[in-house]
Design a protein around this ligand. Structure first.
Ligand code: SAM
Ligand code: SF4
Length: 334
C-alpha cells in the first residue's frame, strides 16, 4: 500500500483500493448460538482476551490518522461488551470518523438504542434469519424473536437510520422459503434487506446443497428491482437495489458466487487485537503486545504503516471467489 504525503493521509493498496473502513470485533462472546456461525450446541465460551477500551481507542485514533472514516463494531455480539455506549461515544468523537455503525443480533438493542444514538451511532445492521419465532429459535438457539423484532421497530421509529439494515443468511432447507416475505417487508418499511450467501466457514455446516446463489435469490424475491449506484464510503461487498414503490430496498452479499475483492475498502480488527487484511486471507498482525507496551499514538501510526505496506497483507484483486473453509465469523467479526 502507499501512503500519499499530500493532503489527507490515505491508505491505497497496490490494487488501487482506498481503505476507509474498519470493522472492529469487540468480543468473541455471544448470547446466540447461530447454526451457521458457531452452531455447536455444546459450545462452551472460552476466555475472551479482548483489548482494553483505552487500547482500542488508541488504535482507532491511529487508524483515523491514516484515513479511516467509518468504524463498525461487531463481534461476537458487540452489545454484550460492557461499556459499549461509552465506546461508541468515544469513537464517534475521533476526528475524521464520520460513520459509526454496529452489527448486532438485536437481542439487547431496545434498551441500549437511545444511549447508542445519543453516543453518535449512525449506522445499524441487525441480523435476522427468520420472521417466524420457532424457526428463529432453531437457528439462533434463543427464544428471542420478539425482542429482536421489537429492537428493529424501535430503530426504525427513531428515524436516525436512513435504512435499518437486516442481514439474512439464506440457507437452503432452513429459511429459503422466507426470501419473498423478507423482500415484501422492504415494500412497507424503510429497511434494507441484505440477502447474504451462506459462506463456508469453520463448523458452519456449509455444503453446496445448502447454498442459495444470488441469481436464485433474485428470482425468488418476485419483485421488480433496479440496481443502485455505489458510493465510495459504502463501497464493499453489498450491491443494493431499489424496489418499485418500496420504502426500503434489497441488497445482495454474494461472496460465493461473485468475487467482491475489487470493491473491498476495509480492514478488520479481531477482539484480541489482530489486524486482518482480508476476510479470506490467512495473514494477521498481532498488536496486543505492542499495545501492552503503551505506545504513543505517533508510534502506533508508524507500526500500522509498516504493517499495512508489507507484501501480501491484502489479497490482490482476484476473480476467484472463495471455495475453502474460512475462520468462523464469530472469531473474525463477520
Ligand atoms: N453477533 C452479531 C450479529 O449476528 O449480527 C455480529 C457478528 S456476526 C458474526 C456478523 C454477521 O456475520 C451476521 O450478519 C451473520 O449472519 C454473518 N455470518 C456469520 N456466519 C456466516 C456464514 N457462514 N455465512 C454468511 N454470513 C455469516
Ligand atoms: Fe452470535 Fe452473530 Fe454468530 Fe449468531 S452470527 S452466533 S449472533 S456472533
Amino acid at each position: 500500500m502507499s501512503l500519499p504525503d499530500s493532503g489527507k493521509n490515505m491508505l491505497i493498496d497496490p490494487s488501487k483500493r482506498k481503505i476507509s473502513y474498519l470493522r472492529v470485533s469487540l468480543t468473541t462472546r455471544c448470547n446466540f448460538r447461530c447454526l451457521y456461525c458457531y452452531g455447536l450446541p455444546d459450545f462452551v465460551p472460552g476466555p475472551d482476551p479482548k483489548l482494553k477500551d483505552e487500547q482500542l481507542l488508541l488504535l482507532l485514533n491511529a487508524f483515523a490518522k491514516l484515513g479511516i472514516e467509518k468504524i463498525r463494531f461487531t463481534g461476537g455480539e458487540p452489545l454484550v461488551r460492557p461499556g459499549i455506549v461509552d465506546l461508541v461515544k468515544a469513537a464517534s468523537a475521533i476526528e475524521g470518523i464520520s460513520r459509526i455503525a454496529v452489527t448486532t443480533n438485536g437481542l439487547m438493542l431496545s434498551p441500549l438504542l437511545p444511549g447508542l444514538i445519543d453516543a453518535g451511532l449512525n449506522g445499524l445492521n441487525v441480523s435476522l434469519d427468520s420472521l417466524k419465532g420457532d424457526r428463529f429459535k432453531e437457528i439462533t438457539g434463543h427464544d428471542g424473536f420478539d425482542r429482536v423484532f421489537g429492537g428493529i421497530n424501535d430503530a426504525i421509529a427513531s428515524g436516525i437510520f436512513p435504512y435499518v439494515k437486516i442481514n439474512m443468511v439464506v440457507i437452503r432447507g432452513i429459511n429459503d422459503k422466507e426470501i419473498s416475505n423478507f423482500a415484501q417487508w422492504a415494500i412497507d418499511r424503510p429497511v434494507d434487506i441484505r440477502f447474504i450467501e451462506f459462506m463456508p466457514t469453520d463448523k458452519s455446516g456449509w455444503g453446496k446443497d445448502r447454498l442459495v446463489p444470488e441469481k436464485e435469490i433474485k428470482e425468488r424475491i418476485g419483485l421488480p428491482i433496479t440496481e443502485l449506484p455505489r458510493s465510495d464510503l459504502h463501497a464493499g461487498p453489498a450491491q443494493s437495489y431499489a424496489i418499485d414503490n418500496g420504502q426500503g430496498r434489497v441488497s445482495f452479499i454474494s461472496a460465493v458466487s461473485h468475487s467482491f475483492c475489487k470493491n473491498c475498502n476495509r480492514l478488520r480488527i479481531t477482539a484480541d487485537g489482530n489486524v486482518v487484511g482480508c476476510l479470506f486471507g490467512k495473514r494477521q498482525f498481532g498488536l496486543k503486545e505492542i499495545l501492552d507496551d503503551n505506545p504513543t499514538e505517533a508510534e502506533l501510526v508508524e507500526v500500522l504503516k509498516e504493517m499495512i505496506t508489507s507484501p501480501g497483507f491484502r489479497r490482490k484483486v482476484s476473480k476467484q471467489s472463495i471455495s475453502s473453509e474460512q475462520p468462523s465469523m464469530r472469531r473474525i467479526g463477520g
